[in-house]
Write a protein that binds this ligand. Structure first.
Ligand SMILES: [Mn+2]
Length: 301
């Protein structure tokens, strides 16, 4: 039997611990509330009546599209696709593309990135042109149709990223690409698919594409270099950075598509996409009134 004093002595430090723990939990909750408040603010801004609504309403009217915009998100990427696809829908409606968004893997036997190749390859059977955009990439500016870049002698259109540290470090990136339905393109994608040595490579299908296009892939995963010309080069067009803008030397002045790339923190990635969605809406509003740009004719008051 302990005296009341002894009981109090034993409890006191524990109560202090409990107190400190509660304080920590409270701080964490306050941080959560602040984050949620910010997010509510973003959604309020995004859900206000805005310029993209008429575009989205028109999206169902396509029936004979020759082009398709496609993407895929599984697992945590479904949440990202839910945000970025708002801009895909607007782009597709504006430029007359069908939209194909997959939330299931087409090739469950391989890492998810490979389903991109399977999906695009499948869609090449039905469409003249297939535009792929990664779920972690989002349109900021839909005023121009990427298909305007198409030339009769080129079948694959993608952006080559450059690295600040060393100009010779370059990497053709498959986060965004347009491919025409030609014999060459089907054969090229079949070769990508057949490059089984890259199935589990850290860069997956992008590694296979780089290898086929003559890039050296360092085993330590430092950036690649274009080392040799290949039989495929003649059909590949490297397009402007604005179509796949990332960061550093690969950040475009006026991105059309921003590509965030792999992130360790999905909630941070999601938040960055939401911020981009706000930029997308602002751009849409300003393109709707080109006369209001500085230096243009006087805008009506
Ligand atoms: Mn990506």
């Amino acid at each position: 039997m302990q005296t009341p004093d002894a009981v109090m002595r034993r409890l006191r430090p524990r109560r202090r611990d409990a107190h400190e723990q509660l304080r920590e939990e409270l701080r964490a909750l306050e941080a959560d509330v602040e984050r949620l408040r910010e997010e509510v603010g973003m959604w309020q801004e995004l859900s206000a009546p805005g310029p993209e609504r008429p575009l989205i309403l028109g999206a169902g009217d396509r029936g004979d599209a020759r082009r398709v915009l496609c993407s895929l998100g599984v697992g945590p990427y479904v949440d990202l696709l839910a945000i970025s696809s708002i801009t895909y829908e607007a782009y597709a409606a504006l430029h007359g593309y069908d939209l194909r968004l997959a939330t299931d893997l087409l090739a469950p036997e391989r890492p998810p990135a490979w389903s991109k190749i399977a999906l695009v390859r499948q869609l090449l059977e039905r469409y003249d042109e297939v535009l792929w955009v990664d779920a972690d990439a989002i349109f900021l500016d839909i005023s121009k149709d990427i298909a305007e870049l198409v030339r009769p002698d080129k079948d694959l259109y993608l952006v080559e990223h450059v690295y600040e540290q060393d100009e010779s470090w370059r990497s053709a990136n498959t986060g965004v690409f347009l491919v025409r339905s030609t014999r060459w393109a089907r054969r090229f994608l079949d070769r990508v698919w057949a490059a089984e040595q890259y199935i589990d490579h850290a860069w997956w299908e992008n590694a296979a594409v780089l290898d086929l296009l003559g890039y050296e892939l360092p085993p330590d995963l430092t950036p690649p270099r274009k080392l040799r010309q290949t039989e495929f080069d003649a059909h590949v067009e490297l397009i402007g950075l604005e179509w796949n803008s990332t960061a550093g030397a690969s950040l475009a002045d006026r991105p059309r598509i921003r590509h965030h790339g792999r992130a360790s923190d999905m909630s941070d990635l999601r938040r960055r996409l939401l911020e981009d969605l706000i930029t997308f809406r602002r751009n849409l509003a300003s393109h709707g009134a080109p006369d209001a740009t500085p230096g243009g004719p006087a805008a009506p008051r």
